[in-house]
Ligand binder design. Structure first.
Ligand SMILES: [Fe+2]
Length: 193
C-alpha cells in the first residue's frame, strides 16, 4: 500500500481505514507509515472537528479523546498548544503519529546512547529538530523512533490530531530530563514533568 486508496475527509472514514491497516499489518512499526497519507488527508479537512475539541487550556496543553477502540488498539485525540506550551521529552511505548491541523509545532527527536542498564537513567542525543507545519504528519515507533519533545514556539495556538496504537494511560512510558539523565516512568495519556 503506497498510495492511499480511499479518500478520508472525516473521523469516521479515518477510523475505518486505521482499523483495516492495523488488522492487516503484522509489523507494528510499519503501521504509522501506512496511516500517514490518510492522516494527511484527514487534517486537510476541518469541518469534522467540533469546536469543543479545539479549546485551549491556559494552564497546560489540552487533549481531547476523539475515538477509542474498545480493545484499546486505536486511540485518537486532538491536542491544543497555546504559544509557549509543550511537552517534556517523552516516549510513547507504542506506534503513533500526529498531524498539524492548524499552525505549527517544533519537534525535537532524540536517540538513546547509553547502554540501558539503569531504569532511572538515560543519556540522550538530539538527532533532529524541525518545524512541523500545517498539513504535515510525523510518525514514531519504539524502540528507536520513539523519543521526542514538541513545543509551540510560535505566537498562535496550534491544533493537532494524534493517533496511537494503545490507550497511553495503560502503558508504562517515560519522561526524560536530557540535562540530568533522570528518567521518570509515567502512566498517563499526557506526558508531564
Ligand atoms: Fe509525543
Amino acid at each position: 500500500m503506497t498510495e492511499p486508496k480511499a479518500i478520508v475527509s472525516d473521523l469516521e472514514s479515518f477510523v475505518a481505514i486505521a482499523k483495516q491497516v492495523i488488522a492487516d499489518t503484522r509489523d507494528k512499526k510499519a503501521i504509522p507509515g501506512k496511516l500517514k497519507p490518510y492522516l494527511e488527508q484527514l487534517i486537510r479537512h476541518r469541518e469534522w472537528l467540533d469546536e469543543r475539541f479545539r479549546q485551549p487550556n491556559p494552564d497546560a496543553f489540552a487533549v481531547y479523546t476523539l475515538h477509542q477502540e474498545p480493545d484499546d488498539s486505536l486511540l485518537i485525540m486532538s491536542a491544543v498548544f497555546l504559544p509557549g506550551q509543550g511537552t517534556p521529552v517523552h516516549d510513547h511505548a507504542v506506534w503513533g503519529l500526529y498531524g498539524v491541523m492548524e499552525n505549527q509545532t517544533e519537534d525535537t527527536r532524540y536517540e538513546r546512547i547509553d547502554d540501558r542498564s539503569r531504569p532511572d537513567y538515560a543519556e540522550l542525543r538530539v538527532v533532529d529538530r524541525r518545524l512541523v507545519r500545517q498539513g504535515e504528519v510525523m510518525i514514531s515507533y519504539p524502540p528507536d523512533q520513539d523519543i521526542h519533545r514538541v513545543v509551540n514556539t510560535s505566537d498562535k495556538p496550534t491544533l493537532e490530531i494524534h493517533v496511537y496504537g494503545a490507550d497511553l494511560s495503560k502503558l508504562r512510558r517515560r519522561v526524560y530530563d536530557p540535562q540530568t539523565g533522570r528518567v521518570k516512568v509515567i502512566q498517563a495519556r499526557v506526558p508531564v514533568n
